[in-house]
Each structure stands twice: as C-alpha cells, then as structure tokens.
Ligand binder design. Structure first.
Ligand code: ADP
Ligand code: ADP
Length: 225
C-alpha cells in the first residue's frame, strides 16, 4: 500500500505559467526519494502540493488513505511535515522553544509533554542550547535545524524537505544528512546536491518541464543521465 499517490497532477500559476503538466508517481512507506531537475522544472511546486499549500489545477493527491482536499487539510498537515527551503518562512515566534512547541500545543498536548517533546527534538537536531534565543538571530544552519525541529515535533509520517542542504557549511551538511538517514519514516526531498541524493535516496524522480522525466533506483538513473 502506498503512503503517497500523486495522479495526473497539473499546476498552472495565476500568471499562466504551467509549472506541472501531468505528474504521476507513488511512494511506499519508508522510502527515501530524491526529486531532482533543473531550475524551474517544478520541484518546489510539487512539494507544496504534498501538504496542500497549493491547490491542483487538476489531478489528485492521496496521503495514506486520505484524499487531499480542503476538508482533509488538517489531517494531511499532521501526517506530512514540510521543511521549506527558506527557514524564515516557518520561524515566527519570539524564541526557538516557542517555535518548536507551537505545533504540539496546537495538537492539544499537555504542557509537560510539550516541554519533553521540544527538548527531545532540539537535542536530536543539536539545537537545544539555542532554545531561549530568538530564531531571527541564528545563523542559516542553525535556523535550518530549528525549522526541522518544528516539523519533527509533530511526529510526521512523511518528512518533506525543499533543498535541505542549501546554504549549509560542510559540517552542518553532514549532520543534516545523518539526521535524514536516521529518520525512520518516509522522506521526500528536492536537491541539487547529487552526492547527498546518492547517499540518502534509494530512488530518484527526475522532473523536467513539469513532467516526470525518469523515476527509478538512484544508481540506475544517475548512470543513465
Ligand atoms: P523548481 O523548484 O524546480 O526550480 P518551481 O516549482 O519553483 O521549480 O517553478 C516551476 C515554474 O513555475 C517556473 O517556471 C517558475 O518560474 C514558475 N513559478 C513558481 N512559482 C510561481 C508563482 N508563484 N507564480 C508564477 N510562476 C511561478
Ligand atoms: P470535489 O468534491 O470536487 O472532489 P475535493 O473534495 O477534492 O473536491 O475538494 C473540496 C474543495 O477543496 C474543492 O473546492 C477543492 O477545490 C478544494 N481543494 C482541494 N485541494 C485543495 C488544497 N490543497 N488546498 C485548498 N483547497 C483545496
């Protein structure tokens, strides 16, 4: 049974740009999938559909047993954790702690449980020493780790990341790669970092001008490019 099904997804932006023409694929629980392709191929647009940040022009998305629609958005967002390319898009509270606690509080979790969860995920991403700092003062790599913590604090079944290693120094990149490798559930991310894709993804989807150009085992795809 597939945890993600994207069927004939088409997205036309309001200015007429056809970002996705007709994309289809399915992802199995636990898979680690890299989405690659040139600038403008439609990668970010595709990710934004996976938890309903964009509405399809046509086509369908199913996450687990839930078809994505307005009515199912809260369920979908609990299942799909999205890390944006720019951490400033998801850090907006006065302190790191507040940002990471925001999701669990929203789920109605008790205060003591929230505090425990926040400490756990901040330790996991190596950012617990930053918990009382305002996120806007952090370095790019630190912000990225906190952004990931805000998503992990919701215990998502699917981790979706847009260019996760973008702008990170080599050490932060290695740390992040270890984190992604250790995440036990489904991982889907876009990247221009082909070494990372090779190391972390058993499968690659190549987008080209809004279409799935190739989809298969990473080594096979890389050897044919
Ligand atoms: P990628 O992530 O592969 O670089 P994107 O999904 O960001 O590709 O963009 C796909 C296409 O859609 C590009 O031609 C881009 O210019 C266009 N696009 C992206 N966002 C918008 C938007 N908000 N309005 C209009 N066109 C957009
Ligand atoms: P239908 O009943 O026509 O099959 P859906 O159940 O798929 O429609 O969606 C119900 C409503 O939610 C529709 O108006 C649809 O346009 C809208 N919708 C679907 N996907 C999204 C989304 N990702 N974000 C916001 N609205 C959406």
């Amino acid at each position: 049974h597939h945890i993600v099904e994207v069927k004939n997804l088409r997205h036309v932006y309001s200015d007429g740009t056809v970002a996705l023409k007709d994309a289809s694929f399915r992802i199995t629980h636990g898979e680690s999938v890299g989405i690659i392709g040139a600038n403008g191929a439609g990668k970010s647009t595709l990710l934004l559909h996976l938890n309903g940040y964009l509405e399809p022009t046509s086509g369908n998305i199913r996450i687990g047993d839930i078809p994505l629609s307005k009515g199912t958005l809260p369920d979908i967002r609990r299942t799909v954790g999205m890390v944006f390319q720019d951490p400033d898009d998801q850090l907006f509270m006065p302190t790191v702690f507040d940002d990471v606690a925001f999701g669990p509080f929203n789920l109605g979790m008790a205060v003591a449980d929230v505090e425990q969860r926040v400490t756990e995920v901040l330790e996991l991403v190596g950012a617990n020493h930053l918990r009382d700092k305002p996120p806007y003062n952090l370095s790019g790599g630190e912000k990225k780790r906190v952004a990931i913590a805000t998503v992990l604090s919701m215990s998502p079944d699917i981790l979706v990341m847009d260019e996760p290693t973008n702008g990170l120094d080599p050490f932060a990149r290695r740390q992040l790669m270890a984190l992604i490798r250790d995440f036990k559930h489904t991982r889907i991310f876009t990247s221009h970092d082909l070494d990372m894709v090779l190391e972390l993804c058993e499968r690659v989807i190549v987008l080209h001008e809004g279409e799935v150009w190739a989809d298969g085992p990473t080594l096979e795809i890389f050897n044919n490019e």
